[in-house]
Design a protein around this ligand. Sequence first.
Ligand SMILES: *Cc1c(COP(=O)(O)O)cnc(C)c1O
Length: 356
Amino acid sequence: MGMLEIKTERTTNKKNQPDVDKLGFGQFFTDHMFIMDYTEDKGWKDPRIIPYQPLSLDPAAKVFHYGQTVFEGLKAYFNVDKRVQLFRPDSNFKRLNASNERLCIPAIDEELALEALKKLIRVDCDWVPAAPGTSLYIRPFIIATDPCLGVAPSKNYQFIMIMSPVGSYYKEGMKPIKILVEQNYVRAVAGGTGAAKTGGNYAASLKGQEIASKDGYSQTLWLDGKEKRFVEEVGSMNVFFKINGTVVTPELNGSILPGITRDSIIQLLKSKNIPIEERRISIDEVVEAFHNGTLEEAFGTGTAAVISPIGELNWLGEKVILNNGEIGETAQMLYNHLTGIQNGSLEDPFNWTVTL
Ligand SMILES: *Cc1c(COP(=O)(O)O)cnc(C)c1O
């Protein structure tokens, strides 16, 4: 089967672009968006690029009531050769389909999605910011649009991609974050939707975020939903610890989101012959390693920040201080290497980047 044709309707009313130092995260959107529809009889159809605009949806649309929706997050970078490049976009569309499967949403054509994204970026290429650390954040998402309150998978969907120029995550340089380990609430359970990128997981995590920020902590460290013993994720990032020279990250157990940054970090560590283990790790093991002096570093990984060093973990009131609250050398080295590949200043032996 040939690929569907992607039509383009250009805006006649281009927006003024914000100052690069006012970008922040996800506040401004480019001139165009991608959209395609799904109906039960025709499948995914009418892929098109149109001027950025509000959606018109029936108030009974299933997404509003039952959260049948999935999303992705990836970035395009203006590289050192003044070209635009994407980082592992195929992995994002593959993961979108894995999330679709869990949420009973029909699979998209991953190849078509990547073609559409490239085309959208070309149409809005003047929106890719060039300042160091900045990028174009891309948000693909799918919503269930059936105007019917019956609880059942929708028969109609929309697949949309919007794009937002984002500022440097670390304007004042990389800074370790303080994390509160959550003892009551959980974000996901085995068998639930934790491994899918779906809005409901985020709605469930807001309470932890609120509790953490009340005490001056910036994010939550989530423990497993069953025993509240094993480390899962930090905020909306995967988490790594360095204990006695070995890097440890929780294994993918069904309730942890399989991060693309997580996978890239694991591959980078392996290529550098730094010991890396994917296994269960309890909060007790982390605290014990702190007490016996073998807890060297901890950091979160995700597309938004790439690497977020952790300076403090608070567990039941005890402050576990990592590397004197300073950036660890492994975190810094991984950050430099991965961002170097992403902005084209370092070689990419993994073939992760896609240049437009
Ligand atoms: C998206 C996400 C991550 C990070 O995934 P990346 O592909 O590295 O951006 C981690 N945890 C959660 C819960 C997420 O939603």
